[in-house]
Design a protein around this ligand. Structure first.
Ligand code: GLU
Length: 337
């Protein structure tokens, strides 16, 4: 099991290096640099998530599309592993990253000044580019912990997600929807999703939440160990789904995880992954990223099974921030807007 995850991690790193031309120095570059010839290259870094999630290969897939046309655009696109959606929004707003992969619910909250952005207010410069794969709020538990329903988490040790992640608020919302207070009713942990499968296998937690596309390395690892693990349904949450426009019913495709102790697909709810940027990022950079992903969508879809459901029209849905003018230029040209 350990070996499999190490292999997966090194495969992913190799993919990233290939996508980024192996030049980590480019991470420090800024988009839109001008000056002498060498400085005319625009550097665009995409913030993703942990390496056992789907954001990391997603960033790699986008970077690959753009870097394939380096001669044409003079853009070098690189990828960074991060703590997830909330971190990405804040880093894009701070100008530390040009792009971020962000859950659709987090995009909505950031632009409206809710949740983590309640005190700082609406993130006015946040701009949408497109939406990507669906993500399910996924709960996995050790079979020996006797957790068959989300309500059984009472009194258990549960990882709800690190503070920079998208999933943390989803876990809190799901727990609240079934009458559980994460601070009082369970022993909540706040570690990164990449660490949770190891903790579950080592018996240090009973369950963990992760909002992610499927299949993901994290759940492959969690379900491939000696300790038997099952996905747990999150149902009876109609009020929650009615309250927030960004939540919809979803499921965990169990066939992706042969080691899981489940018979059929597991019901839950979910969101969409989206790509965001800042109003300060130059139009030509956002245009290039948008155009290359849309014009090469079939190739893009082949890069991860989670993208199999993508189509151009739906990639313009689930966006709450204003669409960046660079992306809009392409959508108009392509007749999508
Ligand atoms: N949805 C998670 C987050 O926003 C990341 C999932 C992934 O990396 O695929 O933090």
């Amino acid at each position: 099991m350990k070996k499999a995850s190490i292999l997966l991690a090194s495969l992913l790193s190799a993919l990233m290096l290939a996508a980024c031309g192996g030049d980590k120095k480019a991470d420090t570059g800024k988009a839109g640099d001008a000056g002498d010839k060498a400085a005319k290259t625009a550097y665009a870094t995409i913030g993703t998530g942990g390496i056992t999630g789907v954001y990391y290969p997603t960033g790699g897939a986008i970077a690959k599309m753009v870097n394939n046309k380096r001669d044409q655009y003079n853009i070098r696109c690189t990828v960074e592993a991060t703590g997830g959606s909330v971190f990405n929004v804040n880093a894009v707003m701070a100008g530390d990253l040009e792009f971020g992969v962000v859950q659709s619910d987090r995009q909505y909250q950031a632009i409206n000044g809710m949740a983590e952005w309640k005190e700082r207010g609406p993130q006015k410069d946040l701009r949408a580019v497109f939406s990507i794969h669906p993500e399910s709020v996924t709960l996995a538990a050790a079979v020996d912990a006797g957790i068959n329903d989300i309500r059984d988490l009472k009194g258990k040790r549960v990882n709800i997600g690190n503070p920079g992640s998208g999933q943390r608020q989803n876990s809190i919302d799901a727990l609240q929807a079934v009458g559980l207070d994460y601070e009082k009713d369970l022993q909540a942990e706040s570690v990164k999703a990449a660490e949770a499968p190891g903790l579950l296998q080592d018996g240090r937690i009973d369950a963990f939440f992760y909002t992610v596309g499927h299949p993901s390395g994290a759940f492959k690892e969690a379900t491939a160990g000696v300790r038997k693990v099952r996905f747990v349904p999150i149902t009876g949450i109609d009020e929650l789904l009615a309250k927030y426009p960004y939540y919809a019913k979803s499921y965990v495709p169990v066939k992706e995880y042969p080691g899981a102790e489940n018979e059929g697909d597991v019901e839950t709810f979910g969101v969409k992954a989206t790509l965001v940027t800042s109003a300060k990022v130059p139009d030509h950079v956002v245009y290039a990223v948008t155009k290359e992903v849309f014009e090469n969508l079939e190739e893009f879809k082949g890069l991860h099974p989670a993208y199999s459901v993508l189509n151009k029209e739906e990639m313009l849905e689930g966006l709450s921030a204003e669409i960046h003018p660079g992306a809009m230029k392409y959508y108009k040209e392509a007749g999508l807007k």
